[in-house]
Design a protein around this ligand. Structure first.
Ligand code: ADP
Ligand code: GN1
Ligand code: MG
Length: 362
């Protein structure tokens, strides 16, 4: 992570009035470096989000920022009549040279957003109401982007949710065993190979391509501090063509278990049926009108696919020596993988009931 004075020097390169008064690291994302920068404007504090894009992961930051510009402009135009619209859509602050990003002396790519006040992102879901709100917001996000004008958005990470390719990459990481960890992860590797039928489920279902968020983790939606309503979908780096069920699946993955993604006590991890029901109802309330029959039929299985995909991604990174996700302790990626596989098992146990509910509601 760049140090604070570096971030402070970057903050003033954006079109922000007033004096920079404070800058602190912010959030718990696994990918970008995020800062909260406070400026004094006419004696009032005004906050901004400042982020350095992880260009090790996002190889074409300009294409990424062009996607974000197109998506936020489209959403803002559609929200023109919405009360509280300033908090409903992320707003980029241009750099002093007029571009939507700033490149620092080390070649780092930075961007700034207006800070959305009075709302928070949560790493773990606390109530079914929260699950409903998050799903409604991500469904609305997809709905509002159905008519995004051509051209197609750029693929910021090609094959991001191509689960069979993710499996092949994982299998390769097992063969390479780059840092000699395969023996510690024997049980998880065996679990993955025993579930090889999961990866193809969504890709083989003949589903339409849409503009999707692709990272609908529960902490990528801000909930209002007073009303608990979803205010704004954030983290737009992976918005690109995808399947609606990648998004619904990632909601099931991150919003049905009360445990954190890296919980070590696996007895706390599992799909809670009422959370799934709330997610389904919330998602259908905003996306129900445009989803095809085939998409609706796969709502019950999407969570298992994406939890499995995420499990093998964490496991592959553990085997590769933790080169992709930020880690904060030894074995962090293996712990994360374990929660995902526990969730897969939990979903398998409840799959019939989930499918029945989908048939009833969708
Ligand atoms: P990452 O890709 O690393 O997950 P995010 O874009 O999700 O980065 O940002 C990290 C955290 O910063 C979020 O979880 C949220 O708490 C906070 N955040 C991001 N953008 C805003 C914003 N515009 N207003 C308020 N908080 C924000
Ligand atoms: C990363 O950026 P963040 O923390 O919201 C990752 C997602 C994973 C998630 C797992 C670009 O998301 O795909 O599902 O971690 N983002 C990227 O927690 O790889
Ligand atoms: Mg995030």
């Amino acid at each position: 992570m760049p140090n604070r004075s570096h971030a402070a020097a970057v903050a003033v390169r954006f079109q922000i009035d007033g004096e920079l008064t404070a800058i602190t690291a912010h959030g718990s994302g696994h990918i970008n470096d995020t800062w909260c920068a406070a400026f004094s404007q006419a004696d009032l504090p005004v906050r901004y989000i400042l982020q350095r894009i992880n260009t090790h992961i996002f190889r074409n930051p300009i294409a990424l920022m062009e996607n974000v510009q197109r998506v936020t402009s489209h959403l803002a135009a559609k929200s023109a009549a919405v009360p509280d619209r300033e908090r409903r859509v992320l707003r980029l602050i241009p750099a002093r040279d007029g571009r939507a990003w700033h490149v620092d002396a080390q070649g780092g790519y930075w961007r700034a957003y207006r800070f959305i006040e009075g709302a928070h992102a949560y790493d773990a879901v606390e109530s079914a109401q929260q699950a409903y709100q998050a799903a409604k917001a991500f469904g609305l996000f997809q709905h509002m982007l159905v008519d995004l004008p051509a051209p197609r958005l750029r693929d910021t990470i090609p094959d991001f949710h191509n689960t069979p390719k993710r499996f092949a990459a994982f299998a390769q990481a097992v063969i390479e065993d780059a840092v000699g960890r395969a023996t510690q992860a024997r049980a998880e590797i065996d679990f993955a190979f025993a579930h090889q039928s999961i990866p193809a489920v969504l890709l083989d279902a003949n589903l339409p391509q849409r503009v999707t968020h692709n990272d609908t983790k529960f902490n990528n939606v801000l909930l209002d501090d007073e009303t608990g309503e979803a205010v704004c979908v954030i983290d737009l780096d992976t918005v690109m063509p995808g399947l609606s069920l990648y998004d619904f699946g990632d909601m099931v993955r991150t919003t049905t278990s009360r445990a954190m993604e890296d919980e070590q006590d696996l007895s706390k991890v599992g799909l809670q049926f009422p959370m799934f029901e709330a997610l389904l109802r919330g998602y259908l309330s905003s996306a129900g009108n445009f989803l095809t029959k085939a998409e609706k039929q796969h709502l019950g299985v999407a969570g298992k696919v994406i939890a499995f995909e995420q499990g093998i991604r964490f496991l592959a990174d553990y085997l590769a020596g933790d080169t992709y996700y930020k880690i904060h302790r030894d074995g962090h990626n293996l712990d994360r993988c374990r929660t995902q596989f526990k969730l897969v098992e939990s979903i398998e146990e409840q799959e019939e009931a989930m499918t029945r509910l989908v048939i009833e509601l969708a």
